[in-house]
Ligand binder design. Structure first.
Ligand SMILES: [Zn+2]
Length: 297
């Protein structure tokens, strides 16, 4: 039986309006809906009076104005970045200019040969003022956040754990509405599995992903994601055994019920699985053909 993920997709919001969604958290959704962003980028404002902003979002004047309006009369002391896709980090530049706040993140967008712009593409203009990594704690007025390095979707991906509410800002690592795209060479399936498993022993009460609504009972949700990926690997082995030995053929079979616009991204995730399965001795690749042919090891 295929694994069913209990997705969370119901979100009440109005573009450009800050909504108070917990005692310490407000959210403003940017008007950049799409097949990878759902309704758009959810920018989180944490605290009152002196606040942190997580993922100021895309380069979009309307969203910039909405954020400044939301924090009118307050001081932005920190800008935190989960990762450097263009729907997350570009807004850091103008928010920093407007507020003087420092930008905190893991590092610039990783440049790797063979990078393909699926999803929203990379923000190559971004550099954090302060580089932070796993376990680093950032504290402000009434809030404390711990960074968790969660590579997989992107090697510089961080989640932020808000201690006061036992809530985790999960970025694109764990989203309620959809699985994450893992696109090699920077997207890495082995890292992604490890970053999912890293969340299991934690006692977070709730996740706030960048796209879509909150995820309650997040540990069982993460477990479903892990099982879903393990299931995909079994499906890939079954495809190969049935003679569907190239990625385009595998995508046609495994994603036949999925929106065709998502097939190129699905192909990247299948490639990520196959790289991981080759590294762990489960498949062999014959790279001499185009597209490459995969066989059981
Ligand atoms: Zn992303």
């Amino acid at each position: 039986m295929p694994v069913t993920i209990p997705f969370h997709r119901d979100l009440e919001f109005s573009y450009g309006e800050a909504a108070q969604i917990s005692p310490l958290i407000r959210r403003v959704v940017a008007r950049n809906p799409g097949p990878f962003t759902f309704h758009g980028t959810g920018t989180y404002i944490v605290g009152r009076g002196k606040v942190a902003v997580i993922d100021p979002g895309p380069d979009m004047r309307e969203h910039f104005d909405a954020l400044l309006k939301a924090v009118d009369g307050e001081t932005v002391t920190h800008i935190l970045i989960t990762h450097t896709h263009r729907d997350h980090s570009p807004g850091a530049k103008w928010l920093k200019e407007a507020t003087g706040a420092k930008v905190y993140g893991f590092g610039p967008h990783p440049v790797r040969p063979g990078e393909k712009a699926v999803e929203e593409g990379g923000d190559h203009d971004y550099t954090p003022d302060e580089r932070i990594g796993d376990g680093d704690v950032i504290a402000g007025a009434g809030w404390t956040m711990e960074a968790l390095h969660t590579p997989g979707h992107l090697s510089n991906h961080l989640c932020f754990a808000l201690r006061e509410e036992r809530a985790l800002f999960s970025g694109d690592h764990v989203m309620g509405w959809s699985t994450s795209v893992i696109s090699p060479p920077d997207g890495d399936m082995a890292d992604y599995f490890a970053s999912l498993k890293k969340l299991l022993p934690r006692d977070d009460r709730l996740y706030w992903p960048t796209h879509g609504p909150a995820i309650p009972e997040p540990q069982s949700f993460v477990r479903a994601f892990i099982e879903h990926r393990e299931d995909r690997e079994r499906q890939i082995l079954a495809c190969i055994a049935d003679g569907a030995m190239t990625i385009p053929r595998m995508v046609e079979i495994m994603y036949r019920d999925v929106d065709k616009r998502l097939h190129p991204a699905a192909a990247r995730s299948v490639l990520a699985h196959l790289i991981h399965m080759a590294e762990t001795g489960r498949v062999r690749v014959d790279g001499g053909s185009e597209p490459a042919t995969y066989r059981l090891a």
